[in-house]
Every structure is written in C-alpha cells, then in structure tokens.
Design a protein around this ligand. Structure first.
Ligand code: UDP
Ligand code: MG
Length: 309
C-alpha cells in the first residue's frame, strides 16, 4: 500500500522541516510505503530550497513547482494529479493540520471508508472574526447549495484512490476541492480534532479571499442564487404594484413613491445582473479551456509522480 501526502504551500519555509519530521514519524508508525508531495505555489521565501534539502535526506519526498502562484485550490489539484497513492492525504503546510491525525485517518480507510475528513472542534489562534465568518460560511453553504458539505471540515482529509481519480476528472477552473469531494460521493466518515494555531508565517486567507472562496463554493454547486434573484424580482414587482394601488387610493404625491420605487428597482436589477454576471463569468472562463496550471519543475521522490496530465 502506498500513502501519498499532498501539501500545497506558499511561503512556508519556516514550517517545512518540522512538518516533514512529524509527518515522517507518523507515516513510519502507520507502516505504509509513502510519498510526500509538496506543491510549491509560487513561493518567494526559499521554501523550495528547504524542500530540496529535505528531499536530499529523504527519498520519499517529491515536489512540484508551479510556474506562478495559482492559489490554494489549484495547487491542491496539481498535487492530487501528481499523486499515485492508494490513499492520499491533503494537508496544509503550516502545521494547523496535525500530521498525527493521519494515523486515525489511515485506520478508518483500512476499514473501508473512502473519504475520511477532519472536523475542527476548536480553532486556537484565529481571530473571532475568522471563526465567526467561517461558522456562518459553512451554515450558509449548507443552505444555499445542493450538496452536503460536512460542517466545520477544511481540506484536511484522506481520500481513496477512486475518489482522487474522480475529483481529478473534474477540470473546472473556479474550484472548491472540498465541494468536489462531497459532490463525488463515496463512503465518508469524520475524525475530530482541535485545530492548533499556525506554527510560523502568516495566513494567506484574508477576509476578501475567504469571501471569494465562498462565492466559488456557492456558485460552483448550485443555481439557487439565480432563483433567489428571480424570486426577489418577483416580490418587488408585487410590492410596487400594491404600493401603486395604495397611492391611487390615498392620493399621495406620485413623485415621492416614484423616486423611491425607481431606486429600489434599480438596486434589485443590479443585484440580479451581478448574480447573472457571476455565472456568465464562469462560462467564459470555462470556455477558454485553458489548463488549470503549469508545472515549472518536478522533483521526483519516492515512487515516481503521475505526469500524464
Ligand atoms: N496556500 C497555497 N497557495 C496560496 C495560498 C495558500 O498553496 O495561494 C497554502 C498555504 O501555504 C497553506 C495552505 O494553503 O499550506 C492554507 O493556507 P493558510 O494557512 O494561509 O490558510 P488558513 O489556514 O489561514 O485558512
Ligand atoms: Mg493555515
């Protein structure tokens, strides 16, 4: 059995040595053949040099350097494409995903579970704003999209080869990998953990990035926002009809209502156009059929990488 670990990273030089030693210890305990696969997503802090030094000591370490920063979701995809394991773990490089949890994940996988995802019970060292927004994000996502994405689970998970191949066949650009895994189906089970603070460096997900990711998550998996927009439009139509009737009855000055109504309708139309635009933007990007990423350099370690794509 071969266990791959995919680690997308951007400027994580300060975390990699500890990550590797903890990871190697756990994987040795599990007793599987291993493949540790770093995906350098355009780091500028010498992360790749650190990886090279690690790889010189450990032949099971490999790396892919993407030609520029493509973002976390795409970097994960590049790693999944290159992985060859019977099971593959996806994890962050900042030690917020404790490598030790992989032991429990592997045990569940051996019992036949095809997706073992880590659920965060506590999140230390993160701002109340981030905790609150992510709480809201997972609940909203659950309401707004058609697939059931596990609440409070990040990308940290173990997936079977079948799941990796299924997700790999989805080549959409605005990706939300967790959503794709949930959409793909298969037998899933959680393992629970307390999420520690980031070991070194700083987060790359500010409020705006998180908002954009939420938009991808919702629009990528549902057309419900379009329906909400249409329903809102219909409601506004009814309301303005009713108020026009009231105006006629009480003889209010027409211009007051007219101005308010004008602005209101203008706003509603812009909202609907915006939502339509989001979907059209997606169609546009998808119709370009560009590759998701480019690999600039491959450092082969352990079992050789999947370079067919
Ligand atoms: N990351 C990446 N490309 C990016 C941004 C982030 O590969 O453009 C990596 C990052 O190095 C880390 C993981 O994605 O390994 C999660 O990022 P981060 O810890 O900044 O997110 P947070 O945990 O704060 O949500
Ligand atoms: Mg992090």
């Amino acid at each position: 059995m071969l266990l791959s670990v995919v680690i997308p990273l951007l400027n994580e030089a300060g975390n990699l040595v500890e990550l590797h030693s903890r990871l190697a210890a756990v994987l040795d305990r599990i007793g599987a053949q291993r493949q540790i696969l770093f995906v350098d997503d355009g780091s500028t802090d010498g992360s790749l040099e650190v990886i090279r030094r690690i790889a010189a000591r450990d032949s099971t370490v490999g790396a892919i350097r993407l030609s520029r920063n493509f973002g976390h979701e795409i970097a994960m995809t590049a790693g999944l494409d290159a992985a060859t394991g019977d099971a593959t773990v996806i994890m962050d490089a900042d030690l917020q995903d404790p490598p030790e949890l992989i032991e429990e994940m592997a045990a569940r996988w051996r019992e036949g579970i095809e997706v073992v995802y880590a659920v965060r019970r506590r999140r230390d060292g993160e701002s109340p704003f981030k905790k609150w927004t992510s709480w809201l994000f997972y609940r909203l996502l659950d309401k707004l999209s058609n697939i059931r994405i596990p609440l409070d689970a990040g990308d940290f998970r173990l997936i079977d080869r079948k799941v990796r191949e299924a997700v790999g066949r989805c080549r959409e650009h605005d990706r939300f990998v967790r959503g794709l895994v949930a959409w793909a189906g298969f037998k899933t089970a959680p393992v629970i953990y307390d999420r520690p603070p980031r070991a070194a460096g700083e987060t790359k997900y500010g409020a705006l990035m998180l908002l954009l990711l939420s938009v991808d998550a919702v629009l990528g998996f549902s057309i419900r926002p379009l329906r909400v927009a249409s329903a809102a439009g219909f409601l506004v139509m009814l309301l303005s009809l009713a108020s026009a009737l009231v105006c006629l009855c009480v003889g209010a000055p027409g211009y007051a209502l007219l101005t308010a109504g004008l602005f209101f309708l203008g706003g509603v139309q812009m909202l609907m156009l915006g939502i339509l635009g989001e979907y059209i933007g997606r169609i546009y990007r998808q119709s370009q059929e560009r590759p998701l990423y480019f690999v600039a350099e491959t450092l082969v370690g352990g079992s050789s990488l999947n370079t067919a794509r």
